[in-house]
Design a protein around this ligand. Structure first.
Ligand SMILES: *Cc1c(COP(=O)(O)O)cnc(C)c1O
Length: 389
């Protein structure tokens, strides 16, 4: 279904995505496989469209966070390998097998229930073992005194009926942080991961086909950790501190238009809470872009949005469906003009820094009522609005 409004929309530049993929491929070389992380609707970019392009370009693997996200890909023609990073209830094992989806196994209890269910169904579930080397989230605990029990648990899982252990992976906590303490932590995580791999493979007498750990920070800064496959998300979308340095381009540009302009007398208060008051005759534009579209209300009165003639300060509290920008210094800007919230001209990193958050949160926050417009060679090739008509 198509939106009839030209309100607020996200342009997804598929050429930039292809460019980023190719640049990253060049960086890692032909011996390393490429897993594209497309969880959370590809960080707000559209998991189906992003995955289709990655599949066409020859990426090796995709990763999502849940079985629902995996099913969305299979239902939309994605046939390449897909890894679920999060938990799947054991009742769904049959569907994982039917859809040929790879499941992360994070502890003994999960290994046992997945094995029992797969064996009951007479099928084989492909798994990747997740090792906790210091993220302290999911995975077999292997640090310090847990090393031997961790290794034993992993070997036990790999020998269970109904499970085929294709891969082993871990996740870094601070691979994107430049300070020496973080670097030491990343090195220690990687060292532990290598020791776990060595011990489990020695005990089992065979290697895993895929060892992987490199997220965005590690793809950018830690070539030693690339192993058999890298696993970037953010870099693919051309966001974050490393993107520009690696020659990557932002994939999403979020845009809106000016719906009304009014001129207020000095002393006029603007929006809820009256936190902004004009101190001169003020030419104020209203944008149909508010917190229900993904604008963070905490940015109220603290940011500027990019017009064709320069940045316009945002004024007053951000509302659910609208916000106001000050056009007093930009008399050329007119009703109907486009305003860029973030993207090609106004980097998402800067807006995220202002909000005290990370770019991931801003692209994920772009809500379902914002249509995505997919561009190839500058022309729209697809439009998607995630509303029920
Ligand atoms: C989200 C995620 C990634 C990708 O992280 P980026 O920082 O976006 O590269 C990789 N691996 C796991 C396990 C993840 O959860």
């Amino acid at each position: 279904m198509e939106s009839t409004l030209k309100r607020t929309w996200a342009e997804i530049d598929l050429d930039a995505l292809e460019h980023n993929y190719r640049r990253l491929r060049e960086r890692i070389g032909p011996a390393v496989k490429f897993l594209g992380v497309v969880k959370a609707d590809a960080y707000g970019h559209g998991a189906v469209q992003v995955s289709r392009l990655l599949q066409e370009l020859g990426a090796d693997y995709l990763a999502v966070s849940s079985i629902d996200e995996a099913m969305e890909l299979r239902d939309n023609g994605i046939t390449m390998p897909v890894l679920i990073l999060g938990h799947t209830p054991k009742e769904q094992v049959g569907r994982l097998i039917d859809m040929d989806i790879t499941q992360a196994v994070t502890c003994r209890a999960k290994a046992l229930e997945y094995s029992a269910e797969a064996a009951r169904l007479g099928g084989t579930l492909r798994i990747h073992i997740k090792v906790d080397t210091g993220m302290s989230r999911l995975g077999y605990l292997c640090a310090g005194r847990h090393f031997d029990t961790g290794v034993q648990g992993i070997c036990d899982a790999c020998r269970l009926p109904g499970l085929e252990a294709e891969g082993i992976f871990t996740h870094f906590a601070v691979s994107d942080e430049p300070d020496e303490g973080s670097a030491a932590y990343t090195r220690a995580q990687f060292e532990l991961f290598r020791r776990v791999i060595e011990a489990t493979e020695r005990e089992m007498g065979r290697p895993f086909a895929l060892h992987h750990c490199a997220n965005t920070g590690a793809v950018a800064s830690w070539p030693d950790t690339w192993m058999d496959m890298v696993r970037p998300g953010l870099l693919l979308y051309g966001c974050g501190d490393f993107a520009a340095g690696l020659g990557l381009r932002p994939v999403m540009t979020l845009k809106t238009t000016i719906s009304t302009i009014k001129v207020y007398d000095p002393g006029t208060s603007v929006s809820y809470g009256r936190i902004f008051r004009t101190d001169r005759p003020t030419r104020m534009g209203v944008l149909p872009y508010g917190y229900a579209d993904g604008f963070l209300r905490s940015l109220s009165n603290r940011c500027a949005l990019m017009t064709d003639h320069g940045p316009a300060p945002q004024r007053g509290k951000i509302c659910m469906d609208m916000c106001m920008i000050d056009l007093t210094e930009l008399p050329q800007v007119q009703v109907g003009d486009e305003v860029e919230i973030f993207g090609r001209r106004a980097g998402v990193n800067d807006l995220a820094a202002l909000a005290g958050t990370i770019p991931y949160e801003l692209t994920c926050a772009v809500s379902k009522r914002v249509p995505r417009l997919y561009l190839r060679g500058g022309a729209a090739v697809e439009r998607e609005l995630l509303l029920r008509f």
